[in-house]
Design a protein around this ligand. Structure first.
Ligand SMILES: Nc1ncnc2c1ncn2[C@@H]1O[C@H](COP(=O)(O)OP(=O)(O)OP(=O)(O)O)[C@@H](O)[C@H]1O
Ligand SMILES: [Mg+2]
Length: 217
């Protein structure tokens, strides 16, 4: 589902070029759940941004499903991201002016992929049925992140990318949210790549890879 070959990315800072990704190779199969760890500054978020097409690589190849995203135009990458990728971040990133129900359906509606039966199943499995009329500021962190995960999965993505999705949650809530995510990923059959600093959470996924010195070990 996801195939990365020899991916390279450098940043220039203070006139100096710093190579962050020096030839990353990584594949994630449909239905596979992979944890990505690595020291702070090792390039985990950079890698996720490149996979999501939010930034362009300097070299190498990223294939998602049938599409080689490193060869697509910015517009085509944005369309692929909207229609076939689910993104979850540490900061939840819900739309403050929209209700829980509308936040959940937000991406799927933009992508013309809103499926009422799947939407209802997500509401049920994520335990959101009593919260649909609330607004994000009226939710706990764990509740907000369940909405964000539902929004990402509502499009039935090929790939769910999560950057420290439980970083702002206490341990018990993090465990609950990740357990729900694992089940929903299995139900959806998408690939799942999650950045985490927690070895404990990483161990609950199918595979654990580490980014070090610009490559995946
Ligand atoms: N836009 C940018 N311009 C210049 N340097 C950047 C930029 N984005 C990231 N970097 C640098 O690239 C390196 C990797 O950053 P990145 O955010 O990918 O690390 P990370 O592994 O996600 O770290 P953390 O665990 O702290 O989130 C860091 O040294 C960072 O300073
Ligand atoms: Mg990061």
């Amino acid at each position: 589902m996801l195939s990365i070959r020899d991916l390279k990315k450098s940043y220039s800072s203070a006139g100096e070029k710093v190579a962050v990704l020096r030839g990353v190779d990584l594949s994630v199969a449909a239905g596979e759940r992979v944890a990505l760890t690595g020291e702070s500054g090792s390039g985990k978020s950079t890698l996720l941004h490149l996979i999501a097409g939010l930034d362009a690589a300097d070299g190498g190849e990223i294939i998602i499903g049938e599409d080689c995203i490193t060869k697509l135009s910015d517009a085509a990458r944005a369309t692929l991201r909207r229609d076939r990728l689910g993104l979850v971040f540490q900061q939840f990133n819900l739309v403050p002016s929209l209700s829980v129900a509308d936040n959940l359906a937000f991406q799927a509606r933009l992508a013309s992929r809103h499926d009422p039966a799947w939407h209802a199943e997500l509401v049920e499995r994520l335990g959101l049925s009593q919260l649909l009329k609330r607004y994000p500021e009226q939710l706990s962190g764990g509740q907000q992140q369940r909405v964000a995960i539902g929004r990402a999965l509502a499009v039935k993505p090929l790939l769910l990318l999560a950057d420290e999705p439980t970083g702002n949650l206490d341990e018990a809530t993090a465990d609950d949210v990740l357990a729900l995510t694992r089940d929903l990923v299995a139900r959806t059959g998408c690939a799942f790549l999650m950045v985490t600093h927690s070895a404990r959470l990483a161990a609950t996924l199918d595979r654990h890879v580490t980014l070090h010195a610009g490559v995946v070990a």
